[in-house]
Design a binder for this molecule. Structure first.
Ligand SMILES: Nc1ncnc2c1ncn2[C@@H]1O[C@@H]2COP(=O)(O)O[C@H]2[C@H]1O
Length: 139
């Protein structure tokens, strides 16, 4: 069974969307294996967004992710990586279809409520960051 890493970002937590987001994946039939609410350290945020290190918005990404508590989760289910990306919707607000999480709740590219791994390899890498190897840095 496939696993993925999903995270309610600080804006989603502040706006009271944890229950709504968790419900969508529960209603879909997926299994929530692990969940924790933490304010990420800069180290964890930088590790999570390592692939965007050279992007002009990297600093903004890290600053945003460390701005408050997030809900980090491991979910499991058939084809969950691809299906959860469909449920999350596109990053660009103009492309995010109504009915998707971002389509329904996000209006900007930078504060978009939820993160979901984009491949099985990313899911493994991100789950290791948030739940194992450097979990001691998550304060
Ligand atoms: N042009 C951009 N400006 C600011 N943030 C961006 C831009 N493009 C992508 N992002 C953010 O980068 C994040 C990378 O992964 P996420 O799925 O968490 O969500 C993405 C967006 O929030």
């Amino acid at each position: 069974m496939e696993k993925t890493f999903l995270m309610v970002k600080p804006d989603g937590v502040k706006r009271g969307l944890i229950g709504e987001i968790v419900s969508r994946f529960e209603n879909k039939g997926y299994t929530l294996n692990r969940l924790k609410m933490v304010t990420p350290s800069v180290e964890v945020a930088e590790a999570h967004y390592a692939e965007h290190k050279e992007k002009p918005f990297f600093g903004e990404l890290v600053e945003f992710l460390t701005s408050g508590p997030v809900v980090a989760m491991e979910w499991e289910g058939e084809d969950i990586v691809a299906v959860s990306r469909l449920m999350i919707g596109k990053t660009k607000p103009l492309d995010a279809q109504p009915g998707t999480i971002r389509g329904d709740f996000a209006s900007t590219m930078s504060q978009n409520v939820i993160h979901g791994s984009d491949s099985v390899a990313s899911a493994e890498r991100e789950l290791a960051i948030w739940f194992a190897e450097i979990a001691s840095h998550v304060s």
